[in-house]
Design a binder for this molecule. Structure first.
Ligand code: ZN
Length: 220
């Protein structure tokens, strides 16, 4: 799936690991590209990302995690090695990155996982430039302490990680989760965006802020 907006394009890849959505956000003219939540765990998935980037002639300038749960960060170190970009995430998720191997083990995922280190800390209100476009960082904690969403006001979309889903919200039973905090953050940071803002979640289908405000049973 590729969404075409005024400035930036969004390519969505659905990968095997927990049905994770990995997004490439890029400027089709200036060719700069952000990899968001790289969830590749099989050779065919690495190939799919690499071939897309090559075919479009993109230069990867950012590697951003909405949060550091294993499914969203499992191939951070691969992207970092392949494209020479630092890991960008909120510092409150640093412990999750440090204990990525333990996260893998707790989900029964075999393999060698090196810790994911945050090299560029993102905080609420930061602006990330991608070619002519930009993503604004919104801190939306509760699913994890450092969960962030990435809002493109010009193009009218927001990448929300596991904070908000179509008809649902992120689970809060993992370490550092907080249900009340998540509900408050969604209401204050996401439901205040325009109704027609497209929502790209970390799992499942795209939705919109208006649809979730009107129909999401967790947000009434
Ligand atoms: Zn998560």
């Amino acid at each position: 799936m590729i969404g075409q907006f005024n400035m930036l394009k969004v390519a969505k890849f659905g990968f095997y690991m927990f049905g994770i959505n990995t997004y490439l956000v890029y400027d089709p003219e200036e060719k700069e590209c952000a990899v968001i939540d790289p969830g590749m765990s099989q050779q065919s998935e690495f190939d799919a990302i690499g071939k897309f980037i090559d075919r479009e002639g993109l230069k990867v300038t950012h590697l951003i995690n909405t949060h550091l749960h294993i499914d969203h960060a499992i191939s951070d170190n691969w992207v970092k090695g392949e494209y020479g970009v630092p890991v960008e995430a909120n510092i409150a998720d640093a412990p999750l990155g440090k204990y990525i191997l333990q996260q893998a083990q707790s989900f029964g995922i075999n393999g060698e996982f090196k810790a994911v280190e945050i090299e560029h800390a993102l905080k609420d209100g930061d602006v990330i430039k991608i070619g002519r476009g930009e993503l604004k960082v919104l801190h939306v904690p509760g699913h994890s302490p450092g969960s962030i969403c990435l809002y493109d006001k010009e193009d009218g979309f927001v990448i929300v990680g596991d904070a908000l889903f179509e008809g649902s919200i992120g689970r809060t039973d993992l370490p550092g989760g907080d249900h009340r905090q998540l509900i408050d953050a969604i209401k204050n940071k996401l439901l205040t965006l325009p109704d027609d803002t497209l929502v790209f979640p970390g799992h499942g289908n795209a939705t919109s802020i208006g649809q979730e405000r009107d129909t999401n049973p967790y947000l009434v």
